[in-house]
Design a protein. Structure first.
Length: 171
């Protein structure tokens, strides 16, 4: 009789071990899947953009980098965008100095369709644009990630002189 108990016990013990291993495996697979789907979220949003978000008419925004009086400021220096909308950001530099439109964190949270400047079209990730005196550029993008981002001109001394701004992307 005892041997039967022993066998049953062994069987149950082994069964519970393999059950535990199975559970562990399932949770590992689950967390891996969650991890992968999280990593895949941004490209998935971008892929979504190509079908739906990119078809919506672009909202035009014009920003001047400095002005004819060479004042070190963006005009306007406060931009308000809405996540999931398509934008055409028109940049121009009416001054006699070169300036930068630098907004790295903002650029990380958008999906750039293209940047167009003097018959050249640039595609891919863009974080900063340099505009020489009299230059114009057009940045087409879809804003994705809500947040409050800082904008600045990265020419030495310009940020310090107040050539800064903020870009608010709301939900
Ligand atoms: Cu500047």
């Amino acid at each position: 009789m005892t041997w039967l108990v022993q066998i049953t016990y062994n069987y149950l013990y082994q069964f519970s071990i393999s059950w535990l291993q199975l559970l562990r495996r399932i949770s590992l697979i689950l967390s891996l899947t969650l991890c992968l789907s999280f990593i895949g979220a941004i490209p998935a949003m971008a892929a979504n953009s190509s079908s739906g978000l990119l078809k919506q008419p672009a909202i035009e925004i014009t920003v001047s980098l400095s002005n004819a009086a060479n004042e070190l400021k963006f005009e306007p220096n406060h931009l308000e965008l809405v996540a999931g909308k398509r934008y055409q950001l028109r940049l121009n530099n009416p001054s006699q100095l070169k300036h930068y439109f630098t907004a790295k964190d903002f650029a990380d949270g958008i999906w750039t369709q293209k940047v167009e400047a003097s018959k050249v079209e640039i595609k891919g990730a863009i974080h900063e644009l340099e505009l020489k005196p009299g230059a114009e550029a057009e940045w087409m993008f879809v804003s994705l990630k809500p947040g409050n981002y800082s904008l600045r001109c990265s020419i030495p001394g310009h940020t310090e002189a107040g050539m800064t701004g903020e870009i608010l992307v709301s939900n």
